[in-house]
Design a protein around this ligand. Structure first.
Ligand code: PLP
Length: 336
């Protein structure tokens, strides 16, 4: 409100306001152990569109992008309308949905231009281990391929597998691009604020794309981002312990249902239970649960073919709603 009243309502620098980018760069030292140069930092209207900027600037039509399967559906839409070819690395439940770097390396061809890696992961909540992340980064650098690290859930980690960013390996100077945003940990979904850190020449091109499409991120929104970073972090910590309670409640509830099996994921606010024993496809399960049980969940196959046999539930809802949801899912499954 102060920023609006103070007149921060005009066009500003397309790469982002200097004050905000400086803070992002300095803060990156605390969170990820290196301070990027200011020209490596780009402020975007959310992390979602940053995926488009990166694919558009780095991949020509017909070239290949390696991505986890299942994955955040925006990736798949962007690949489709940019005419680039997705090459999927299936995530396996027996590996707790963590990507195996060897599965990734096998899929690299001379057409691979970009690898996208999201951890903590949407839709499974999986958190990759430090050694796995380092291996992925080293593979990308060895093959001279850009690696886009979607770390939007970095602060949403329950401690079992500590968050680690491999971005420190090349300090985002040559191949690694770090994408983050304010939607998740700060619950600022409607503010549309994201931040990218990457090689200067890449961020410059992504910044030009931003400039010619949306001009800039409003300054008053960036000032809110400064408040979020510098302000009292207790609400974020409290929210994370609330999310942890919700996760534990949801996972225990789902596992108490015959024919449903659910891992306990280490991050984000999703669970990805296996529903194969119900005999229904993911789409049938989600559709019928909505109609008959009045519970909205996502079909796992909406996140890619490897999501078949799973559903995704989001626990950004109250404990009372989770308990009621479990009661209804149980009744639905018992009457199949
Ligand atoms: N990346 C992933 C993996 C997400 O799950 C989401 C939102 O659900 C986004 C990016 C987009 O976030 P934003 O609200 O910053 O656009």
């Amino acid at each position: 409100m102060r920023a609006l009243e103070g007149g921060s309502t005009h066009y500003s620098d397309s790469m982002g306001d200097y004050e905000f980018r400086r803070l992002i760069a300095k803060n990156n030292m605390n969170s990820r152990g290196f301070e990027p140069e200011i020209d490596q930092v780009l402020v975007t209207p959310g992390a979602n569109i940053m995926i488009y900027y990166a694919v558009r600037c780095l991949v020509n039509p017909g070239d290949e992008v390696i991505v986890q399967n299942p994955c955040f559906p925006t990736y798949l839409s962007v690949f489709s309308f940019c005419g680039v070819k997705p090459v999927a690395v299936p995530l396996k439940e027996e590996n707790e949905f963590r990507l195996d770097p060897k599965d990734l390396e096998e899929r690299i061809t001379d057409k691979t231009r970009l690898i996208i890696l999201n951890s903590p992961h949407n839709p499974t909540g999986a958190v990759m281990r430090r050694e796995e992340l380092e291996e992925v980064a080293e593979i990308a650098i060895k093959h001279r391929i850009y690696l886009y690290l979607d770390e939007i859930y970095s602060r949403m980690n329950y401690g079992e597998t500590p968050f680690y960013s491999p971005s420190i390996i090349d300090k985002c100077k040559d191949y690694l691009i770090l994408a983050n945003g304010f939607s998740k940990a700060f619950a600022m979904t409607g503010w549309r604020l994201g931040v990218g850190i990457g090689p200067k020449h890449v961020m410059e091109k992504m910044g030009l794309l931003l400039q010619t499409t949306s001009s800039c991120v409003p300054s008053f929104i960036q000032k809110a981002g400064i408040e979020a970073i510098l302000g009292d972090q207790n609400p974020v910590r409290e929210m994370m312990s609330t999310y942890k309670r919700r996760r534990d409640l949801l996972v225990a509830g789902l596992n108490s249902i015959d024919k449903i099996e659910c891992l306990n994921p280490g991050g984000a606010f999703y669970v990805f239970p296996n529903i194969k024993k119900t005999g229904l496809s993911s789409n049938e399960f989600a559709g019928r649960l909505l109609e008959e049980g009045k519970v909205g969940v996502c079909s796992g196959s909406d996140f890619g073919s490897s999501g078949e046999g799973y559903i995704r539930l989001c626990y950004a809802v109250s404990e009372a709603e989770i308990s009621e949801g479990i009661r209804r899912i149980k009744a639905f499954v018992e009457h199949l």
